[in-house]
Design a protein around this ligand. Structure first.
Ligand code: ZN
Ligand code: ZN
Length: 188
């Protein structure tokens, strides 16, 4: 037969129990005292939320006539100013600004560009109606990457270039172009 212990716990054990409760109360009070006020938590949430939106922010752009529109999600892998002769000839401009994205970051939202092989494996997309250059792909050098002509963004200020590339092919006078006088509009 099992002998049941009907004796009350020794005083030491009872005291241990109330000590634990006391410690728990103290912990709760301490937590309440150090808890961040709601307004601060709300402000922190809003900052985090804005940052999260920024991270997944989309950019949009189009060709000059608007027949082709596109969207880009997230950040580019690189943003550059290219001085190569292939870009120069295709754009009819001394330099072309590019932002490189993964293929799945680009979505065409209107129209379809015409694609032309400009040199080697380089495939350039442009609007067949107005001629604006839009995208560059090169499966050999840049697999799964699409370079987007920065100046076609609705907000061309959004992604500032961080590097000049292909300067070996740069037009000589471009080296000092930033030193030329600047006039707000046309010369008088
Ligand atoms: Zn167009
Ligand atoms: Zn180039």
């Amino acid at each position: 037969m099992v002998k049941r212990n009907v004796n009350p716990p020794p005083t030491a054990q009872r005291n241990q129990g109330s000590e634990r409760r006391q410690l728990a109360r103290e912990r709760e009070n301490k937590e309440a005292a150090t808890q961040t006020p709601y307004c601060v938590r709300r402000a922190l949430y809003l900052i985090w939320h804005d940052r999260a939106l920024e991270i997944t922010m989309t950019h949009s752009g189009q060709c000059h006539c608007g027949a082709i529109r596109y969207e880009l999600s997230g950040d580019p892998k690189d943003v550059s100013l290219c001085h190569c002769s292939d870009c120069r000839r295709c754009a009819g401009a001394p330099v072309v600004a590019w932002a490189g994205f993964a293929e799945d970051q680009l979505t065409l939202t209107k129209g379809a560009p015409k694609i032309r092989n400009s040199s080697g494996a380089a495939m350039r997309s442009f609007c067949a109606d107005c001629g604006t250059g839009l995208f560059y792909r090169n499966a050999d050098i840049l697999p799964n990457i699409v370079e987007v002509q920065l100046a076609t963004l609705d907000d061309p200020e959004a992604l500032p270039p961080t590097v000049h590339i292909q300067t070996a092919e740069q037009i000589g006078w471009m080296k000092t172009a930033h030193e030329l006088p600047r006039i707000d509009r046309f010369p008088e």
